[in-house]
Design a protein around this ligand. Structure first.
Ligand code: GDP
Length: 440
């Protein structure tokens, strides 16, 4: 995410982060570099200029040069300004209605349908919400099909009416259906066009007037940079929407849209989309995003993701197994599944401070676990729980069955043994022994 911008800002702030003497000249030079980095990331010229002017003013106001650590203070000022520009605090969505109606708007291909599904799934996982998806794209039958596929995938009901070509009537009927069936959230997916046109705007504002949504969201593809900002402005002039959804932030996004959109339409970014899968959705936290852009990582989000996946019941069972020396490859496999649920590897690594930069050019294979999984799947249930029974000929068969090599099988077994030993030590209260061992 925003690799290029991060790298350029890192370079720009390098002098200040170091311990060299900081003078008025290199502060000015740094700010010039920061501005250039923002422009390269497709941030609007005026926003970039205001940004650096504001940082400069604050730096002067705080007599930055006379402070103990001027470099760090400058980096903080840049961070605070970035956070402010992207919206300050995180803003949730309004779910006060019963049902609460959420209207989705945006151009075709922006990721509206995908996001409708992600949001439904996100709310459904909150347990107290029972969402209904409503398909209002009457022009493309494929769009209705797509929403049904998404609904099926996440186990959320989809309301559609293929015989009706009036989106306003469908939206209203959808809300009726929700009332009658105990749905407390209705997500209305609408038709987009390839570019802003009057007909689409008239249609979405008709739906908007007819259903008076609690929340109108504008979905936009972050990869489109300045265009995203212009489209946002056009939709906002007409709809006065409540929040922005930035999609495709997992791609090679330059970052301009994320940074500029709030100040142009004065509406917060509420969620981001970071992949095609249904769980690739994140609440947008301006401060955490600023941390990421400045290469400071996002440990808070990383821990939250881990917590979301943490299942106390499972953890307790696992602990018992370890204590009884019953930890086998099946448990190993389910641990891998849990890690995978947290998101793509590259995405996770990017949340570790400094790692984003270090790993920029490293191609992290999202299928990093593929070989391991294949090897385990090729074992018999007995072998998975008692790996010591694997002999040379079985190892050969497993390597063949999993499309790997005997070396890889051996390596996995070795790692597994080491891990089991370590776990037993931690369990058996011999933490001290282990510490001694590790300290040599
Ligand atoms: P709509 O026309 O606005 O409903 O857009 P879709 O939901 O059909 O999405 C258009 C394309 O973008 C599809 O291929 C989606 O899989 C893809 N897409 C949507 N959101 C994301 C995202 O956050 N990341 C990535 N990489 N692709 C996305």
């Amino acid at each position: 995410m925003f690799d290029n911008l991060s790298e350029k800002l890192d370079k720009a702030l390098h002098v200040l982060k170091g311990h060299g003497q900081i003078t008025e000249i290199n502060v000015a030079e740094t700010l010039k570099e920061v501005r250039r980095a923002l422009l390269d990331a497709d941030v609007n010229f005026k926003i970039a200029k205001d940004f650096t002017n504001s940082v400069k003013e604050k730096a002067l106001g705080q007599n930055v040069l006379t402070t103990l650590q001027p470099g760090q203070l400058m980096v903080k000022l840049v961070k605070d300004e970035l956070t402010e520009l992207m919206g300050g605090d995180a803003e949730g969505i309004n779910l006060s209605g019963n049902p609460s109606v959420i209207l989705m708007s945006g151009l075709q291909g922006s990721g509206k349908t995908t996001f409708s599904g992600k949001l439904a799934n996100y709310l459904k996982n909150k347990k107290t919400k029972k969402p209904l998806l409503v398909a209002c794209d009457v022009y493309r039958p494929a769009a209705i099909d797509q929403l049904h596929v998404v609904g099926e995938q996440i186990g959320v009901e989809v309301y559609s009416d293929r015989d009706n070509n009036d989106p306003v009537a469908i939206a209203k009927a959808g809300i009726q259906h929700a009332r009658a069936n105990g749905h407390n959230v209705v997500i209305v997916d609408t038709a987009g066009r390839l570019a802003v046109d009057e007909e689409m705007m008239a249609e979405i504002s008709d739906i908007h007037k007819a259903v008076t949504p609690e929340e109108t969201l504008f979905v936009v593809d972050a990869m489109t940079g300045q265009d995203a900002v212009n489209t946002a402005k056009a939709f906002n002039d007409r709809l006065d929407f409540d929040g922005v959804i930035l999609t495709k932030l997992d791609g090679d996004t330059r970052g301009g849209a994320a940074i500029s959109i709030k100040s142009v339409v004065n509406k917060p970014i509420k969620f981001i989309g970071t992949g095609e899968k249904m769980d690739a959705i994140d609440v947008f936290y301006p401060s955490r995003m600023a941390d990421r852009i400045l290469g400071m990582g996002d440990v808070v989000s990383l821990v939250e993701r881990a917590q979301e996946q943490y299942d106390e019941e499972e953890a307790r069972k696992l602990q018992k197994k370890i204590a009884k020396n019953q930890f086998g490859f099946d448990d190993f496999l389910s641990q891998i599944q849990q890690i995978k649920k947290m998101g793509s590897m590259k995405d996770l690594m990017g949340m570790i401070p400094g790692a984003g930069k270090a790993l920029k050019d490293v191609d992290i294979d999202d299928d990093a676990f593929k070989h391991i999984e294949a090897i385990i799947h090729s074992m018999t249930p007995g072998e998975r729980s008692t790996p010591s029974m694997l002999n040379a000929s079985r190892k050969k068969r497993i390597a063949k069955g999993s499309g790997t090599s005997v070396q890889e099988v051996n390596q996995l077994l070795k790692q597994f043994n080491q891990m089991s030993k370590m776990m037993k030590m931690m369990q058996g209260g011999s933490g001290r022994k282990m510490m001694q061992m590790m300290s040599g």
